[in-house]
Structure formats: structure tokens, C-alpha cells
Design a protein. Structure first.
Length: 236
């Protein structure tokens, strides 16, 4: 599933890589969030099922895509994700071997940044996301550009997720998983992604603000202390 708005060329590359997977997807759902470029044409030419979501924002577009998915597992990419040929195969193997897991996720690798910028982005953005948010959630978060979850899990949490544009959709989704549930982080499940946000300070500030908003909307009952307590009691 891929939510997208006005990103036709990145989407073209992503869809080509999905068609080259060693394990072919049951379906490819592209959620168009009001594009004015060739996004819809690119998606249809690649054989994807296009779904329109009129409410602007990634949270609403992503949720619509999850709602529309018909397979047993929903795999999520962004338009600028560039998965390796064995990406879906690795997802399938992990979820088959780890029956207790509700989802599997990995990191992004910035393909269009120089060595220094890429290293800093990995440390202060990618690693910080998994470490800091993992501590706050009492469990690994999912990373929206590279993860898959069991469809029945989405059906369970779907009524509760925030579908407005002020939250990080992947972090918000992670909040709605119980701390006692297992999200597998696979360090070898890596997709190349664009470093465009690092070239726009306003876009980066917007991401930081959304992260704070996501934690805020979940209130005091979802603070790290309470979530760690729930995790320990759940495991017990």
C-alpha cells in the first residue's frame, strides 16, 4: 500500500521495484491524496489499484489504504521508497517464523544524500526515531516507509487511529498497538528513501511538531511509565 500526492516519478520507480519482487504482491493499492500531476496515470499503467482519498494528509490517506487492503498482510511503502527485490520475501519469512509478531519493520537508507549528510541523518533521524520512540512506546515503533502488519491487527485498531494531518501516522499507529505485542525490527530489512526533508528546514520542523502532537493526543495514560507498566504486566 502506498499513499501519495504529486510524486509521479518517485512512484514510478517504487512500482517498478514492486513488480520486480521475488514474491509478487497479492495487490498494489495506491491511495491518491489529490494529485495534480501524473500520479494516477503512473499507478494505473503499473497495474495498481487506485483509491482516491479526498481528506488531505498522510494519516487519512494511509488509513484509507489499510481499509482497502484485501490480503492477510498489509505491506506499506511511501512513494519514494525503493525496496530491494527480496523485500516482500523477507517480510513473509519473518511473519511466518515469528507467529507472535503483529508487524515487522526496518529502517530507511538515504540514497540521495552525501556520505556525511547520510551518516548524520541515520544517527539523528533514523536511529533517534527507533530509540526515542521505542522508549516512549515501550516497544519498537513501525517506520511508515518500510513495514508490514497483519491485516486483522489493523481491523482491530482502525476505529481508534487518528486520521487527521497533525500526527505522524506511523507513530500514531504504533501507539495503538499494545506494549505487550511484538513488533519485529529487522536490521536487514532496508529500503532506500529520499532525503528531501533534510533539504527543507520547514519540512523538518513540521515533522518534529507532528511527533510532539502525536505523543500529546494520546494523553497521560499513554506516557512511557504507563506503557512500560502495561508491557510488564502483559508479558507476565
Amino acid at each position: 500500500m502506498i499513499p501519495v500526492k504529486d510524486d509521479a516519478e518517485e512512484l514510478r520507480e517504487c512500482l517498478a521495484r514492486l513488480r520486480a519482487q521475488t514474491l509478487q504482491p497479492h495487490e498494489i493499492v495506491v491511495v491518491d491524496n489529490g494529485s495534480t500531476d501524473d500520479t494516477v496515470t503512473v499507478a494505473r499503467e503499473a497495474g495498481a489499484r487506485v483509491v482516491a482519498e479526498p481528506v488531505p494528509g498522510i494519516p487519512s490517506a494511509a488509513a484509507r489504504g489499510y481499509d482497502e487492503a484485501t490480503g492477510d498482510v498489509i505491506a506499506r511503502l511511501d512513494a519514494d521508497s525503493r525496496p530491494d527485490a527480496d523485500w516482500l520475501e523477507r517480510v513473509r519469512i519473518t511473519l511466518e517464523q515469528r507467529r507472535e509478531a503483529i508487524a515487522v519493520t526496518g529502517r530507511g537508507r538515504f540514497h540521495d544524500l552525501g556520505p556525511v549528510a547520510s551518516g548524520l541523518a541515520q544517527l539523528f533521524y533514523m536511529r533517534a526515531y527507533f530509540v526515542l520512540c521505542g522508549g516512549g512506546l515501550a516497544r519498537r515503533p513501525v517506520f511508515g516507509s518500510n513495514f508490514a502488519m497483519r491485516t486483522d491487527v489493523w481491523r482491530r485498531v482502525s476505529p481508534e487511529v487518528h486520521r487527521h494531518d497533525d500526527v505522524h501516522d506511523d507513530l500514531d499507529l504504533s501507539f495503538h498497538f499494545s506494549p505487550a505485542e511484538v513488533v519485529v525490527y529487522d536490521p536487514d530489512l532496508v529500503v532506500a528513501i529520499s532525503g528531501r526533508p533534510f533539504r527543507d528546514p520547514r519540512a523538518m520542523l513540521k515533522r518534529v511538531r507532528r511527533a510532539w502532537t502525536t505523543f500529546a493526543v494520546h494523553g497521560w495514560r499513554e506516557t512511557p511509565m504507563f506503557r512500560w507498566r502495561r508491557r510488564l504486566l502483559g508479558r507476565a
